[in-house]
Design a protein around this ligand. Structure first.
Ligand code: Q9C
Ligand code: ZN
Length: 341
């Protein structure tokens, strides 16, 4: 299987995130990708390739110009920060009300971020652009019919990023950008298996009937992002019925997950998409430090086998998964079960 990887990851290596104003350890590190790559390499059968960088305009297909500019400028400003000054930016103020575009300085970053877990660093813009490039490149290869299944091993992840806001360790929405690219050719289903609800992907396609978004995730009552991912969010306008959420309780194990996945796959299959995008996270694993689910490593092979039965051209895009000991094995189990024998 071809694996598309991105560069510039090391330039975006958050050392901490903020919880209730206090610094806590950052989970989304470059070592995640190294761990997956090592696991896949040792199993064999994977060909790694670096994606060419897309033009900045490609992300404007989804993201608002002011937001893209904010990310670019903030990263550049931080790169020029005087010695001793902080090398990251986390908003402290989240301005509501009518004055959005007029805000400057400290209030401004709060317009473009929805949480305090997603620091901007000197290399963030380049890393996010290269991650989006990997997803776009994967979509191109699938569109050209070169491959029937491909894996994008990129970070930072993307599924929480909205048109004009970063959050949840996500800056550009890789899966949504890939879906937009493929939607030019036919219908697309996005199946989101990360433990967190992909609010950004839902947001991107909420009013569209040609891109189905189906997500299994921890109930937002207990799990990030807390503000979206509820069952009654089913789309709007012409997109009504083309967004399906399966919120699952904390401590969900295989017995709860499996029937939900089967229903989600039925919904996806009935839609008969021309292309499938899987937003794949291993943060559903029992050893994940932030997910709260109880899935075991061998179950990832069962998940892969069930997804494989859809028998569609598919792009697997890495989202979350934060246990460096298990992320590689989980990804390998999943991908191996997908591979044509
Ligand atoms: N103190 C993805 O998996 N909440 N994003 C962290 C830890 C944010 C997850 C709370 C979780 C974001 C792509
Ligand atoms: Zn996640």
């Amino acid at each position: 299987m071809r694996v598309i990887v991105n560069r510039n990851q090391v330039e975006h290596a958050p050392s901490h995130e903020c919880e209730n104003g206090l610094p806590t350890p950052a989970y989304e590190s470059p070592r995640r990708v190294e761990a997956v790559r090592a696991a896949l390499s040792s199993r064999g059968g994977y060909a790694f390739e670096e994606a060419p960088l897309v033009d900045e305009r490609a992300v404007l297909e989804l993201h608002e110009p002011a937001y893209v500019e904010f990310l670019r400028r903030t990263s550049a400003d931080l790169a020029r920060a005087p010695a001793g000054a902080p090398r990251f930016a986390i908003p402290s103020v989240f301005p509501y009300g009518p004055n959005g575009p007029r805000h400057r300085g400290k209030a401004q970053s709060g317009i473009f971020c929805f949480d305090t877990y997603t620091p901007i660093m000197p290399g963030t813009f380049d890393a996010a652009l290269s991650s989006a490039s990997a997803a776009s490149h994967g979509a191109d290869l699938l569109a050209r019919g070169e491959e029937r299944s491909l894996y994008v091993l990129a970070r930072p992840p993307g599924h929480h990023a909205e048109r004009g806001r970063c959050g949840g360790y996500s800056y550009f929405n890789n899966a949504a950008l890939a879906a937009l690219r493929l939607a030019q050719l036919g219908t697309v289903a996005v199946l989101d298996l990360d433990v967190h609800h992909g609010n950004g992907t839902q947001h991107a396609f909420y009013d569209r009937p040609d891109v189905l978004v189906v997500s299994l995730h921890g109930d937002p009552d207990y799990l990030f992002p807390h503000f979206s991912g509820f069952e009654d969010e089913t789309g709007t306008g012409r997109g009504l019925g083309f967004n399906r959420n399966f919120p699952l309780p904390a401590a969900t194990g295989e017995r709860t997950y499996r029937p939900a996945l089967e229903t989600a796959l039925e919904v996806t299959g009935r839609f008969r998409p021309a292309f499938l995008i899987v937003s794949f996270g291993t943060d559903t694993h029992e050893a994940d430090p932030i997910g709260g689910f109880k899935l075991k490593t061998p179950f990832f092979a069962r998940m892969g086998a069930l997804v494989r039965q859809l028998d569609m051209p598919m792009l697997i895009i890495q989202e979350g998964g934060y246990n460096l000991e298990t992320i590689g094995e989980c990804a390998a189990e999943f991908l191996e079960a997908l591979r044509p024998s």
